[in-house]
Design a protein around this ligand. Structure first.
Ligand code: MSP
Length: 485
């Protein structure tokens, strides 16, 4: 039986269309999912939409659409975006689905039966855009939410609370576990938050207009985060397919940006502890993208639409650029100029020319099917795999690229066009390209398949990343990438 790997992205709010920030997380998850598939894992890759948020309701009103119709329309739009970006998700979850509702009710009742839900009263400031209660430190000097520049509302009502603080000790132990929160530097920040601020949390809203009705009181709707997090259970069968649930749960990796790490690394584990379910293996929070040095906001008008971008540049180039040039885990800047440079230099020169050159040489001077494996020592496969398993995508890509460069160097040094050993040299080059097609597949799946086609081979698995007999039937094709202005 192959090992399983369950990976998730956040489920995104549909008050707007996806931008490059959402695409960044989703492509990262796709890269990781594709890598584990190459490794032979039984991968379950989940993404979807968070539909029970008040801000979606506001967005629907703004465009004058009935909420349900609006949500259907937007979910379709998000799916379309992921199709354009070649996202190989296995399941797309919508929190307004019947399956999810059933799962949430089951979960809520379980936690309630474990005496972890009680009625209390709440008075405090709530930011609808954050979908969270805020305190003074979250507000600017004008009393607006620092992130959304929006005034919070005062809420004073009777609410049901989740007794998260019962699990604080256990949570702190979990947070200290190596590899639970990644990158390591985020760990401290979450621990500090749990020690200083984390406590029982209100999980229903009295007479809210949208959301899942609490099973214990029909006047209350379940708080959107308490509902949303459960999507990770729903998707793999919680409440509707026990066999599947047993197979895939717990999640191996919850991926997101740093903005929502607290919900995932603090609230979520305590919910699972209360429900008596296993805990996810890793919560990984990457950094935030800025655009040409600025925060991406509607007011600045600099929101980058990944679909429009993909109309101008090859999707693989966008995917590649995001992980070659931004340290995964760090904040990073997106710039169109840098993207163009990446295309013109790394993709056209380093990779595209390499493939064209090797195919030309092999067609002209012939190639051996086997020979001395001269290039093999330049391939740092273990290192690449280690980086990918640590989710250090930029480091993996850098190492893969070193191999691309070494292969280029090998041509220049060996000069097959005037060597007696041309066939053996070309054998090394063709095998190097075949291996490169596998290594690059998680990042640039269509480009990899194009390389395979020219080599006349099927895309290999990770275990095929070693020099062996070259079995392809080569046929030179077009250049992989064209220069852009
Ligand atoms: N609906 C919640 C998540 C619930 S998960 C149980 C939510 N949705 S969101 O639409 O606001 O998405 C937030 C996520 O979008 C971030 O964690 C990150 O994955 C991605 N990003 C949004 N803006 C981003 C950047 N500027 N840069 C990088 N990632 C960004 O929160």
């Amino acid at each position: 039986m192959p090992k399983k790997f369950y990976i998730t992205t956040p489920i995104y709010y549909v008050n707007d269309l996806p931008h490059i920030g959402h695409a960044y997380t989703t492509i990262a998850a796709d890269v990781i999912a594709r890598f584990f598939r190459l490794k032979g894992y039984d991968v379950f890759f989940l993404t979807g939409t968070d539909e029970n948020s008040q801000k979606n309701v506001e967005a629907a009103k703004k465009v004058g659409m009935p909420i349900k119709k609006y949500l259907d329309y937007m979910a379709k739009k998000w799916k379309e975006a992921w199709k354009v970006l070649n996202i190989s998700y296995d399941y797309f979850i919508r929190t307004t689905s019947a399956k999810h509702k059933k799962a949430v009710l089951k979960f809520f009742k379980t936690v309630y039966n474990h005496n972890d839900i009680y009625l209390g009263s709440y008075k405090g400031l709530y930011c609808v855009s954050c979908e969270a209660f805020v305190t003074k430190k979250d507000l600017d000097h004008q009393g607006r939410c620092k992130i959304h520049k929006r005034k919070p509302i005062m809420i004073s009502e009777e609410n049901y609370f989740f007794a998260a603080s019962k699990y604080r000790k256990k949570l702190l132990k979990l947070l200290k576990r190596k590899g639970f929160v990644l990158p390591e530097k985020r760990k401290k920040e979450v621990i500090k938050y749990v020690e200083k601020e984390f406590g029982d949390i209100s999980i229903t809203r009295y007479k809210a207009e949208w959301g899942i009705t609490a099973p214990i009181n029909k006047n209350h709707k379940i708080y959107v985060w308490f509902d949303a997090l459960i999507n990770y259970l729903t998707a793999v069968g919680y409440g509707w397919n026990e066999k599947m649930f047993k197979k895939y749960w717990p999640a191996d990796l919850h991926l997101m940006a740093k903005d929502i790490i607290k919900f995932h690394a603090a609230l979520w584990p305590t919910m699972l502890m209360s429900a008596g379910l296993e805990l996810p293996k890793t919560i990984f929070a990457h950094g935030f993208l800025t655009i040409e040095g600025h925060k991406m906001t509607k007011t600045l008008g600099n929101v980058v639409d990944p679909i429009k971008l993909a109309e101008k540049y090859p999707v693989d180039a966008i995917r590649f650029y995001l992980f070659k040039h931004i340290g995964f885990g760090e904040d990073g800047d997106f710039s169109e100029e840098a993207l163009k440079n990446t295309i013109n230099n790394e993709l056209v020169n380093d990779l595209g020319n390499l493939v064209y050159r090797v195919l030309s040489l092999a067609e002209k001077y012939g190639y051996a099917k086997l020979g001395k494996k001269e290039l093999e020592k330049k391939l740092k496969l273990k290192k690449i795999e280690k980086h990918l398993r640590n989710y250090e995508l930029h480091k993996a890509l850098k190492e893969i690229w070193n191999f691309v460069k070494e292969t280029n160097k090998y041509i220049n040094v060996k000069k097959p066009w005037k060597s007696k050993k041309a066939k053996e040299i070309n054998y090394n080059l063709l095998e190097a390209l075949r291996i490169i097609s596998i290594l690059l597949y998680p990042f640039m799946p269509s480009t990899s398949l194009k390389i395979c086609k020219q080599l006349g081979v099927k895309l290999g698995k990770w275990k095929d990343c070693k020099f062996k007999r070259f079995e392809g039937k080569i046929k030179k094709g077009e250049y992989l990438f064209k220069k852009v202005k």
